[in-house]
Design a protein around this ligand. Structure first.
Ligand SMILES: Cc1ncc(COP(=O)(O)OP(=O)(O)O)c(N)n1
Ligand SMILES: Cc1ncsc1CCOP(=O)(O)O
Ligand SMILES: [Mg+2]
Length: 540
């Protein structure tokens, strides 16, 4: 059977490993369970099997693949692939060089290569379309399946770099599958986030081993994966999104929802912010809980209208932070992420990136320096964790906010003299292969709040962090059909308006602190956004 290369369906690519088979199953029974339920491509990857047994097993699996009309790929062993006339071969960076493999296999066979770096993509592009048909992009997440992995997990941002390189070097023929630690809890995020910056391509498929091979019910495991792959909406937060910009009426609706739903806002935040954040949360009719207890995060995330503010100013143990992200992502409750001092030190850079790779955030909030660094547009290293001051190129800041929103499929907020908010969620929509149909960061909704600076804001501690509390209250308080962008924009408008009001009543920074809480309380309960002093302007 010869498969036309352009017809190969990479969407659910099963790679075998008979060392992890549960009792009562065999290599063939697991592969057949997968094929029966929608696996579209199979690779035999048996690292410890002797040649004779490898061939026998490969021939058995080949019979099953033929029955389901699905191509069979052989891992590493070009000799075995040729001996049994398999449909293709997969090799990695440490295996036989690609030009030699192609020469041995001939042009009609499928040839896959493992890549993780831009330079590797450049090489395959130089070889041209007759060499590599698809790439395995990884390792995405930690996995126990690959022994002694040479690469540290690259996360979705690493996969985006590979997709960008394929576009940059115009390797249009080359298909892509993500591999490494992919399971139902992260598969939608992988498909949703892994889109090239020009919006032209997402991954063509998901490749995995243990989720099916180690499953005691491989049929159910495959069905679950298939449903998630074929789905079109990633409900990382149960919020309806539409294309219209927020209005006073839509923000009023958000405030009503927050008042009636009274969200529980878990704060994992820095010590300086804790007391102020709790008071801001209470002023907004919500309940604060300042918990960093790992064993209770799952319970907290399951409370109706729970919302998490994760601020990395002073840092809880990484295991606790990951558990919290996991707990909220698992039940589709929103996380507001404030990567304080994102690239101020190497330690912060790695910690924040680890967390960004680990989960999905409904909102990412930062000051100019943080957002520029997240967007990789900050040429100068940040000096500290405070917001930068001085001349600001608002076009650059707005562009950076859009890039962050697009990259992380989130609502990004950049705060400063002018605040900027961009919606890169695409309503949670995702699709293999076609990316965002060419829609890029520059095209996504973006608004500015240009009401001038409130200098006294800089004279109290944790004023920026408490905008995070406000956002977390608003997102958490939404009804299931609520609008995420409206909620974030409403929170920023309220906070700025309250800041202005408080600054006119205070006598100094001490009274400003209290006046700010009073103003938030008053404007929130009055619920007349049309009267707020801060106003919106569409960017572009
Ligand atoms: C689809 C797919 N992608 C990547 C790999 C890994 O190949 P390699 O880097 O050669 O590692 P081993 O699988 O040989 O351990 C793969 N097998 N399949
Ligand atoms: C073969 C391979 N190459 C990179 S990660 C990996 C193993 C993936 O296995 P799992 O899906 O069980 O994490
Ligand atoms: Mg290999």
């Amino acid at each position: 059977m010869v498969f036309a290369k352009e017809d190969v369906d990479y969407s659910l690519y099963l790679v075998t490993d008979s060392t992890m088979l549960p009792p009562g199953t065999t290599l063939c029974s697991q592969v057949e369970a997968g094929l029966k339920n929608g696996v579209t491509l199979v690779q035999i990857r048996e690292k410890d099997t002797e040649t004779k047994n490898f061939i026998e097993e490969a021939l058995e699996v080949q019979k099953i693949c033929k029955k389901y009309n699905v191509p069979l790929i052989i891992n590493d062993r070009i000799d075995v692939a040729m001996a049994i006339d398999a449909d293709g071969v997969h090799v990695g960076q440490e295996d036989m060089p690609i030009p030699m493999v192609r020469k041995l296999l001939g042009s009609s066979k499928i040839l896959g290569w493992s890549v993780g770096k831009r330079s590797e993509v450049e090489t395959l592009a130089k070889w041209g379309p007759d060499m590599v048909d698809y790439v395995g992009v990884g390792t995405l997440f930690p996995t126990l399946t690959k022994k002694n992995p040479k690469k540290t997990p690259m996360g979705t941002q690493g996969a985006i770099s590979v997709l960008n390189a394929l576009e940059e070097f115009k390797a249009t023929w080359c298909r892509t599958v993500g591999i490494g630690g992919i399971h139902p809890d992260n598969i939608q995020r992988v498909i949703c986030q892994c889109v090239s910056s020009n919006g032209k391509r997402s991954l063509d498929g998901i490749s995995l081993v243990s989720d099916i091979m180690a499953s005691t019910d491989a049929c159910a495991a495959t069905q679950k994966l298939k449903t998630l792959i074929n789905g079109t909406k990633y409900q990382f937060v149960e919020c309806k999104l539409d294309a219209t910009l927020p209005t006073a009426a839509s923000i009023q609706k958000v405030l009503f929802q927050v008042s009636s739903n009274r969200p529980l806002v878990q704060h994992i935040t820095n010590k300086v912010h804790q007391n102020f954040g709790a008071n801001v949360t209470l002023a907004l009719g919500s309940s604060p809980i300042m918990s960093e207890i790992e064993s209770e995060v799952s319970e907290l995330a399951r409370i109706p209208n729970a919302s998490l503010l994760l601020n990395t100013g002073t840092v809880a143990p990484i295991g606790m932070l990951k558990a919290a992200i996991n707990a909220y992502n698992e039940v589709n409750r929103p996380i507001t992420f404030d990567p304080v001092g994102y690239s101020a030190t190497e330690t912060r850079f790695h910690l924040n990136n680890t967390l960004l790779t680990y989960g999905q955030f409904a909102c990412i909030k930062g000051n100019y320096s943080e957002i520029l660094s997240l967007a990789e547009l900050n040429k100068d290293k940040m000096k500290g964790v405070d917001s930068s001051s001085g001349d600001t190129d608002i076009n650059l800041v707005a562009r950076a906010t859009q890039i962050v929103a697009f990259k992380y499929r989130t609502v990004a907020v950049c705060t400063g003299e002018i605040d900027c908010i961009a919606d890169g969620t695409f309503g949670g929509e995702y699709k293999l292969s076609s990316g965002t149909a060419g829609v890029t960061a520059e095209d996504i909704p973006c608004v500015l709040i240009e009401d001038g600076p409130i200098p006294i804001m800089g004279d109290i501690t944790a004023s920026g962090c408490s905008l995070g509390s406000t956002i977390a209250c608003f997102i958490g308080g939404l009804d299931p059909t609520g609008n995420l962008f409206d909620a974030v924009v409403g929170a920023v408008l309220l906070y700025k308006s309250a800041g202005k009001l408080a600054s006119t009543h205070c006598q100094g920074s001490g009274s400003f602190h209290f006046q700010l809480i009073d103003a938030l309380y008053q404007l929130f309960h009055e619920n007349k956004p049309e009267k707020w002093s801060a106003s919106l302007k569409k960017f572009n």
